[in-house]
Design a protein around this ligand. Structure first.
Ligand SMILES: [Zn+2]
Length: 265
């Protein structure tokens, strides 16, 4: 296995990387570790004291559960693995309060006891209150995993084979026309020749529009042992943190397996 590039955007919430010398089994294992095993904070229990808004208690509780919360993995442990044995304590849960009387209630109206765990998108609307309507509740967030509920999943993650584009120049009558049909802008004309824009090559999804335009000159293929991964965080953790945590989790699972083997007679 060899990671040959890691690129992230300014927010560090989105990243892509290429892994060489692996097969779909390993690629899919990594994808599933990321979605199912990387823990994040999410609201699990809501105690509603007041709510005469247009939304039922259940709808509000459901909305709150889906709010991405910034997550501090160093300070919390997953409830089921906590010393409190799942009762809930300061190491595995966090209480947040919400009290509002007017207008649109936003995620930013939540008061959290831990400044490191707050709604990732403060402008998320929760409910609109009319005159005389109010809402008051205590929400308990806990560290959980995507395998138990998708609200704890940290990101979208997907991969594809690395695309290969082979161009034979001789038969291309109109290179500009071929450039135009590519919806991803992967091709360009340099000194009258059709060339690949290497910076954009990874955007190619093998749609074959170029090969249709120049059937005898362009051959598309995929490299079946090189995978391009994409990660789009939901906001709880940065993309790199997600990857590192997923690999840690995989190591842990493998060591549990190894220990089990060692105890076998
Ligand atoms: Zn606990």
């Amino acid at each position: 296995m060899e990671i040959i590039s890691l690129t992230q955007d300014k927010s560090k919430m989105n990243a892509s990387f290429i892994i060489k010398k692996i097969d779909p089994t390993i690629a899919n294992t990594l994808r599933r570790m990321i979605i199912e095993e990387v823990p994040t904070m999410a609201i699990e229990d809501v105690e509603i004291m007041k709510n005469n808004s247009v939304l039922y208690d259940e709808i509000i509780a459901h909305r709150l559960g889906l709010l991405p919360l910034t997550t501090d993995l160093k300070s919390y442990v997953v409830k089921s693995e906590c010393k409190c044995e799942g009762k809930g304590c300061a190491r595995c849960t966090l209480q947040m309060t919400l009290k509002s009387k007017n207008g649109m209630v936003y995620a930013s109206d939540f008061k959290s006891k831990d400044p490191k765990v707050v709604p990732a998108y403060p402008k998320t609307p929760i409910v609109k209150l009319l005159k005389g309507q109010e809402i008051e509740l205590v929400a308990t967030a806990e560290l959980g995993k995507g395998k138990d509920h998708i609200k704890w999943a940290p990101c979208m993650v997907w991969y594809k084979y690395k695309p290969i584009i082979n161009i034979t120049q001789a038969n291309i009558k109109d290179p500009e026309a071929v450039v135009k049909v590519c919806p991803k802008g992967v091709l360009e004309v340099r000194s009258g020749k059709l060339e690949i824009n290497q910076k954009k090559l990874m955007l190619c999804n093998l749609c074959a529009a170029c090969a249709d335009e120049a059937p005898n000159s362009i051959k598309l293929n995929e490299k079946d042992d090189e995978f391009v991964f994409y990660i789009e965080s939901f906001g709880q953790l940065k993309a790199k943190e997600i990857i590192v945590t997923a690999l840690d989790m995989l190591k842990k699972e493998l060591s549990v397996f190894e220990e089990a083997l060692n105890t076998m007679k």
